[in-house]
Design a protein around this ligand. Structure first.
Ligand SMILES: Nc1ncnc2c1ncn2[C@@H]1O[C@H](COP(=O)(O)OP(=O)(O)OP(=O)(O)O)[C@@H](O)[C@H]1O
Length: 569
């Protein structure tokens, strides 16, 4: 198919030559118009809307058209032949002569006049406005003949000077035809690439918006939403807050569902762009849903005691590892520490998932397990049978090789899990029981008083030393989780500003009543293994709390998933 070409000639004498040349070029379908400078712009714009592929023009006219249209504009260059022709013409002219024009004309002219020793003055202008004053000066000096482009020749006529237009010859026109063809080919190829990528994007980047640093929308495509699911102002505020972070992941609760937002900073042609990709997080198909989150800030860990500070230091020291084993009684803070490891290792560039070992075995291999999950925290390993344990071992290895950090939690060092517990590649961290780090108790209690004051609006703001001492005297079988529950009960009940000995003693006393050592229990209640006794206690409390698992977990100072696990045993 021929290339539809609009040739805008800046002077009428050019048209016969163009007409002659176009007969010899089978690839271009050329339509000719004559217009100089500004007059050419509306013609060019009309040509673009009529479906022309390319425009050819010359000098200042071509330059003016170019920014006004979105199709390629080819400039007919002034060739050495054109220059030779005009100089030959002028050579026989008697009197003083000069060439006036922009450097694209005068540089070549100067070279030729120097080499051939032709006596012609060469004057270069930098702005079209300078032409008049140069011509006036030349006239005063006795110059009679001026050579140049259309602008120069029109000005020469005004000053009553003789003018010869530097015309384009066949070679320059053919050369422009060639360039028109190759630029058109390139343009077509790029156009194809762009539409190809656009249709790919429309298929693959389903819910995407791209903003520049100023917040202008550069691209957007919504398959599952009518428009951006998060207000664009919110996205812009995030960019301003943190413009240089290359990757930021967040998870937002949207009613019952969770919306994952992934922000990637991309340098495109030297300019920063922010790609926001949105997706709904798939709820786990299996047992119960497990929490997946983007840990957005470093979790607060109280570590006044030497043992807890040592525990943190050991983790910090081995952060490059992709495998951790946390050993500590229930409620000591293993999950909290795993979130701390995740934040330190992956910052906001990946998601964190906490799940039981059984869930891990069923969910991870399944469809829809999110690639952005970079840390897997697994507990409940004691519920696995030997076969499942070896499956878990293989899974841990595979997940590590996928670039995930795997953190396994154990309540005690049980020989049944030896293969997992003593894995050489893992960093083992012992999380001390609260009774072994009494120095942390006051700080933890104060932290919780402040936290509940801030989140629940509870009154107390101070813990008296005598009350702290009472807390330090207790053995905390449920560890920090139990301490937190006691503090929550105490601050919710208390309407004054201070938690003193009386309040703490009341709550610790209740524990004695709720968990009497043996009073009123069947004779065989304390018989059997520890696991059996634990089971009986849990069922007794379940009965008292009418099967309300949240309340039972609170009373026993364990979290709900631990309770759930223990009930399933
Ligand atoms: N050092 C600490 N500083 C602040 N809060 C803590 C600390 N240790 C534990 N906590 C808090 O105590 C509660 C229980 O901690 P966590 O759930 O991490 O314990 P766990 O050892 O994983 O328990 P389980 O084995 O029962 O699942 C959480 O609310 C946690 O934030």
């Amino acid at each position: 198919m021929k290339i539809k070409t609009l040739f805008i000639a800046p002077y009428p004498a050019m048209t016969p030559l163009i007409d002659e040349c176009r007969q010899e070029d089978p690839d271009l379908d050329i339509h000719i118009e004559v217009a100089n400078l500004q007059e050419a712009i509306p013609l060019a714009q009309a040509g673009e809307s009529q479906g022309y592929d390319v425009i050819i023009s010359r000098g200042g006219t071509a330059k003016l058209i170019e920014p006004e249209v979105a199709i390629p504009v080819i400039d007919v260059h002034v060739s050495g032949y054109d220059m030779l022709r005009v100089l030959t013409l002028a050579n026989d002219f008697p009197g003083k002569k000069a060439i006036v024009g922009f450097s694209n004309i005068t540089l070549g002219a100067k070279a030729i006049t120097d080499v051939l020793d032709i006596e012609i003055e060469v004057c270069t202008v930098e702005k079209a406005g300078e032409v008049d004053s140069i011509l006036e000066e030349l006239k005063d000096k006795g110059y009679e003949l001026i050579m140049g482009d259309v602008v120069t020749i029109e000005a020469a006529a005004k000053h009553r000077l003789e003018g010869i237009l530097i015309q384009s010859g066949r070679e320059a026109i053919f050369e422009a035809f060639q360039r028109a063809k190759s630029v058109h080919r390139l343009y077509r190829r790029k156009e194809w690439e762009i539409s190809f990528l656009h249709s790919l994007l429309a298929e693959t980047a389903n819910n995407l918006i791209v903003l520049d640093r100023q917040g202008e929308v550069a691209y957007q495509n919504w398959a599952d939403y009518d428009s951006c699911p998060v207000p664009v102002d919110e996205l812009i505020a995030g960019i301003r807050e943190n413009p240089d972070q290359t990757r930021v992941l967040t998870v937002q609760e949207r009613g019952q569902r969770k919306l994952k937002q992934k922000r990637i900073l991309k340098d495109i042609q030297g300019k920063p762009y922010y790609l926001f990709d949105f997706s709904e997080m798939k709820e786990s198909a299996g047992l119960e849903a497990f929490p997946v989150e983007a840990v957005s800030q470093l979790p607060m860990i109280i570590a006044r005691s030497e043992s807890m500070a040592g525990c943190l230091a050991a983790m910090e020291h081995h952060l490059e590892s992709d495998s951790f084993i946390l050993i500590g009684e229930t409620g000591t803070g293993k999950r909290l520490l795993s979130r701390y490891i995740h934040f330190k290792k992956h910052d906001r560039k990946g998601l964190y998932a906490a799940l039981t070992a059984k869930q891990a075995l069923t969910e991870i291999e399944g469809e829809g397990f999110d690639d952005d999950i970079k840390t897997l925290y697994m507990n409940g390993i004691d519920m696995l049978n030997p076969n499942e344990i070896s499956n878990l071992q293989a899974l841990v290895k595979a997940e590590r090789s996928r670039g995930r950090t795997v953190i396994l939690a154990f309540e005690k060092e049980d020989p049944a899990y030896q293969s997992l517990l003593f894995d050489e590649q893992s960093v083992r961290v012992n999380v001390p029981a609260l009774r072994e780090r009494k120095e942390d108790i006051k700080a933890l209690a104060t932290y919780y008083i402040a936290a509940y004051h801030g989140t629940l609006g509870t009154s107390p703001v101070k813990l008296k030393d005598e009350a702290a001492m009472m807390l330090e005297g207790y053995s905390w079988p449920g560890n920090v989780a139990e301490l937190r529950t006691l503090l929550k009960d105490a601050v919710t009940e208390e309407k004054g500003y201070v938690i003193g000995r009386a309040q703490i003693s009341r709550h610790l006393g209740r524990k004695q009543i709720q968990h009497p050592v043996n009073a009123g229990l069947p004779a065989d209640f304390l018989q059997g293994t520890l696991d059996e006794i634990e089971k009986r206690i849990i069922h007794a409390v379940m009965k008292e709390e009418h099967d309300n698992q949240t309340r039972v977990a609170e009373r026993l100072g364990i979290n709900r998933s631990t309770l759930w696990r223990k009930l399933k045993q």
